[in-house]
Design a protein around this ligand. Structure first.
Ligand code: FES
Ligand code: FES
Length: 158
């Protein structure tokens, strides 16, 4: 089936089987391997991408369901010069990374959270990010990073 997607600002057409997941289309057809696959059944959040601005599990969505949509993957978070997104910098500074497997999904969930609730408190951050599982960090550093990035964002917008 013919599918048209805008991925990280670039419009592309793909010919996919009806059952091809969005995750496989991104990773295997478009080479965007920053979208990770863990459980492959909607539980871990590693495959989270933004579809029309909202977080979605790319392992649960068929590529054909994203026809005409605007998709953002972790590769799309970098700035025009290829520099790290402020959230990525905050994850580094606040020790939100260990193996990094969960990180792309965490970053996209956090990007949406800060877009909608830049002043989110720790409780809100934990609740909003509860669908993203990390097996390494214990979450403290991740929450610290998201909160710090939110503070910086609020400061720079005033
Ligand atoms: S790989 Fe999609 S939710 Fe785990
Ligand atoms: S940093 Fe290893 S799973 Fe989260």
């Amino acid at each position: 089936m013919d599918v048209q997607l805008t991925v990280n600002g670039e419009t592309t057409r793909l010919d996919v089987e009806p059952r091809r997941t969005l995750a496989d289309a991104l990773r295997e057809d478009l080479g965007l391997t920053g979208t990770h696959l863990g459980c492959e059944h909607g539980v871990c959040g590693a495959c989270t991408v933004l579809v029309d601005g909202a977080p979605a599990r790319a392992c649960l969505m068929f590529a054909v369901q994203a026809d005409g949509a605007d998709v953002t993957t972790v590769e799309g978070l970098q700035d025009d010069d290829g520099g790290l997104h402020p959230l990525q910098e905050a994850f580094v500074a606040h020790h939100g990374l260990q193996c990094g497997f969960c990180t792309p999904g965490m970053l996209l969930t956090a990007a949406h959270l800060l877009e909608t609730h830049p002043d989110a408190d720790r409780e809100t951050i934990r609740a909003e990010m509860a669908g993203n599982i990390c097996r390494c960090t214990g979450y403290q550093g991740i929450v610290d990073a998201v909160q710090a990035a939110g503070r910086d964002q609020s400061r720079s917008s005033t």
